[in-house]
Ligand binder design. Sequence first.
Ligand SMILES: NC(=O)c1ccc[n+]([C@@H]2O[C@H](COP(=O)([O-])OP(=O)(O)OC[C@H]3O[C@@H](n4cnc5c(N)ncnc54)[C@H](OP(=O)(O)O)[C@@H]3O)[C@@H](O)[C@H]2O)c1
Length: 259
Amino acid sequence: MNNPFDFSGKVALVTGSGRGIGRAIARQLALNGADIVINYVHNQEPAEEIAKEIRSFGRKALVVRANIGKMDGLDTLFSLVRENFDSLDFLIANAASGFNRPAMQQKESGWDHTLNVNARAFLFAAQQAVPLMKKSGGGKIVAITSPGAERVLPDYIAVGASKAALNALVRYLAVELAPQHICVNAISPGIVETGALKHFSFMQDNQVIPRAVSNTPAGRLVTPQDIANVAVFLCSPLADMIRGQVIVVDGGYTLPVPD
Ligand SMILES: NC(=O)c1ccc[n+]([C@@H]2O[C@H](COP(=O)([O-])OP(=O)(O)OC[C@H]3O[C@@H](n4cnc5c(N)ncnc54)[C@H](OP(=O)(O)O)[C@@H]3O)[C@@H](O)[C@H]2O)c1
């Protein structure tokens, strides 16, 4: 077998890849040889920065501003992918957004926004990605989910529900797309220190991170690079027989029963 991690000539779309976990995944896929479509919604500067870094590796990087929570945003994103590339090999559904507040304070607009960005976008991005993947003879789809899909995190009800929907979509798509040689899986990270954490009121407590570290059997928090490494594995042919799974990458955080 040739190097299974050599992605030269392959094209990856990573949603929400200007910052955080998506950025690390985009960088790692490019280091492995893939050309990358960087997507962001508000923050152009970090998106252009990572694109510049990827081009310095000798890879192509296309930067697309598109709100994937809107159907026309998804259309814009995929029409630019089609204009710039003949096919697509990897779709990493990473972008997420949401209104973190208790159930009794949730609003219809916040629910709609959260579900649209985190779950609906995945289904309709897959619809647009599949014809492009068929041109490559198959592909890999990886969704970034969250432990909040199964467990109860403070103020996380809408995002948790959206991630539960995402996990279900992963399983359904894994079965429906299997005959087209497309593998669909999800990665569920533990706490990763990114900009996303500042949207949680419980993060005001400066003991949350030290407590999380001491409750993690691996002895440290998960990093964006840890998630990128697993994304690369799932995109490689070595992971071809993993279908519709949620791979937990949390250093063992969710294993012990708390005292
Ligand atoms: N951090 C954690 O502890 C953690 C734990 C479990 C799961 N996750 C999951 O990991 C993924 C990445 O999280 P992160 O912590 O890296 O988040 P982050 O640092 O806040 O980055 C989010 C990225 O998504 C983009 N984005 C947000 N809404 C978008 C939209 N409507 N359309 C297009 N792009 C959009 C942002 O673009 P802009 O830069 O333009 O705002 C940004 O690039 C998410 O799915 C999250 O649920 C994170």
